[in-house]
Design a protein around this ligand. Structure first.
Ligand code: FES
Ligand code: MG
Length: 573
């Protein structure tokens, strides 16, 4: 057994000529591996989120084969393993409830097995943060490979964006400007290939974050899923992870404070999803980087958005890829980035983006003539959100960024659905819609319901936006003047729980204020009457509600914050 490296984890399984070595090798080898494959070469775990219940990741078995090719070419030993896969469009009550559970699956699968390095196959929204979180808690050499966006949606000669188009067209049906038959026809036109949502929604945002963090090869985020260059980058990543193991290029050397600051800036420049806030906070928590909610405002909010992609703009991910993708954006803001941040290819961010070309200035605009000014995520504070709330100004209506209005309150999502189209509901476009009990504990899982559809009677006047406030998230494909992640959440007794119909609320994004114009004495009186909602009785939902942190802290489970590294556990027999 020539190359046995006592420091390599897999040696503890495969490198000993004893009873236990027999067991580990013999059972692994029944897949057809000759004895000499156990010679100490790096064992690479390929963490796969393929599932037919996660349609966005449906091409991952094929993608994994390309990773394997690369691992074998570089002299590694690839072993693919499945983990819990979270399909954004299917999972109820929300895929976000299970992000932390899936991250535990990833963490324990890595630590408990003979793995020296990891390739993460990530695509649909929550599959990216859950794999990044779990892997970060182990900290082994790790490389991310994204599944890539779908081809552009095509409907009646026009491009339509996944998610964004659904929100737009469903409002048109409700307003009476689109027929039900047209709406049904669009179903087959929107999602027509393998891959993730092709707007700059959460999946594309998080793939861009992985790239900005330095956790993938350059260019990884934007290559469309069906483009064969996606397979090539998978193969190249397979080759590279073997080298990373030999170099002991561990995750903590890449996921530094500087890397997260780069990611926050890139998120602003791409007009990325508000979901990046909770996910980056959670990933940082696992690797031990002290990232705070306020950092998103301080580091990113003054940055312009350069990328004209839906939901903030016009184009889609396929266009973004042809225009140059994330490297072109990073090059445009390179003087604002920590250029010496290390990436998985062993080079720095500055080296990776030095010659990154931009081929289409309609899609990726220059910093001097940005698509939108001051477009990064803003963090609001005030007596309605003592721990903060999130707004994405680039997706909001400029005339509503400073607004004072009368609250129309919905106690939970059922109450909202029951009431929103009631002709008797006293609401107009100047009101502020308030939705409670949709945060991490409240839903549970912090559902993407913050972009509440407007009341029909407001829509019928031709109005398309109103100020909406909740403790929920919103889909990265959604838009509007929507205040999200209000913390503490209503179900935890936050002030949001105390808002009543008719209270006046003041939003001022410029000064970052979110105020409920009700006296402290009155709020205390209401708090005394407040009854916390019941918790789930059993199972994971109970564990989650007992331990979940607020959205302002990343909504991780309190006992998962931090890392346990990947020491070899004791022998199983
Ligand atoms: Fe999977 Fe949008 S639903 S990426
Ligand atoms: Mg989503």
């Amino acid at each position: 057994m020539s190359n046995q490296n006592p420091k390599r984890r897999s040696t503890a399984w495969f490198g000993h000529q004893d009873r236990d070595g027999f067991v580990h090798r013999s059972w692994t080898a029944k897949a057809g591996h000759p004895q000499d494959e156990f010679d100490g070469r790096p064992v690479i775990g390929i963490c796969n989120t393929w599932s037919e219940l996660t349609p966005c990741n449906s091409h991952f078995r094929e993608l994994a084969e390309f990773v394997k090719r690369g691992v074998l070419e570089a002299g590694g030993f690839p072993l693919e393993f499945p983990v819990m896969s979270l399909g954004e469009t299917q999972l109820r009550p929300t895929a976000m409830l299970f992000r932390n559970l899936a991250s535990m699956d990833v963490e324990e699968s890595i630590r408990g097995n003979p793995i020296d390095g990891v390739v993460l196959l990530m695509g649909c929204d929550k599959t990216t943060p859950s794999l990044m979180m779990g892997a970060a808690s182990c900290g082994l050499p790790t490389i991310g490979v994204s599944g890539g966006p779908m081809l552009n949606g095509k409907f009646r000669g026009k491009d339509i964006g996944s998610g964004t188009g659904v929100w737009q067209m469903s409002e048109m049906v409700r307003a009476g400007t689109m027929t039900q038959a047209e709406f049904t026809e669009a179903e087959a036109c929107m999602n027509r290939s393998a891959g993730t949502c092709m707007t700059m929604g959460t999946a594309s945002t998080m793939a861009s974050m992985v790239e900005a963090l330095g956790m993938s090869l350059p260019g990884n985020a934007a290559i469309p899923a069906p483009d064969t260059r996606r397979n090539r980058i998978a193969q190249l990543s397979g080759r590279r992870i073997v080298e990373m193991v030999k170099e002991n290029l561990t995750m903590d050397r890449i996921l530094t404070r500087e890397a997260f600051e780069n990611a926050i800036r890139v998120n602003a420049a791409i007009g990325g999803s508000t979901n990046a806030v909770v996910h980056l906070l959670a990933i940082a928590g696992r690797i031990g980087v002290d990232l705070k909610l306020e950092d998103f405002d301080r580091i990113g909010s003054h940055l312009p958005c350069l990328v004209n992609l839906q939901p903030s703009g016009e184009f889609l991910m396929e266009d973004f890829f042809y225009a140059g993708g994330v490297p072109a954006v990073m090059r445009e803001i390179q003087h604002l980035l920590h250029g010496d941040a290390l990436t998985v290819n062993g080079r720095t961010i500055a080296e990776n983006i030095a010659d990154a070309p931009c081929y289409n200035r309609d899609v990726i605009m220059p910093l001097e003539q940005p698509f939108k000014d001051k477009a990064g995520i803003a963090i609001l504070k005030g007596n309605l959100a003592p721990n903060g709330a999130v707004i994405k100004p680039s997706a909001a209506s400029p005339h509503l960024l400073k607004h004072r209005g009368r609250a129309v309150v919905f106690e939970n999502i059922e109450h909202f659905r029951e009431r929103v189209d009631d002709p008797a509901l006293d609401v107009d476009e100047n009101c502020v819609m308030v939705l409670k009990n949709c945060g991490p504990r409240g839903y549970p899982g912090m559902a993407e319901v913050g972009n509440m559809p407007l009341p029909r009677k407001v829509l019928q006047k031709g109005i398309t936006d109103m100020v909406r406030i909740s403790d929920a998230r919103m889909s990265g494909t959604a838009y509007g003047t929507v205040v999200l992640h209000t913390s503490p959440e209503a179900a935890a007794g936050g002030p949001l729980a105390l808002v009543r119909d008719g209270d006046m609320i003041e939003l001022d994004v410029e000064t970052r204020r979110l105020n409920l114009e009700v006296s402290d004495e009155e709020l205390q009186r209401r708090k005394a009457e407040w009854v916390p909602p019941p918790k789930p009785e059993r199972g994971y939902a109970r564990l989650y509600c007992d331990h979940v942190l607020g959205a302002d802290l990343g909504a991780d489970l309190d006992f998962l914050v931090g890392s346990s590294g990947a020491p070899v556990p004791r022998e199983s027999h």
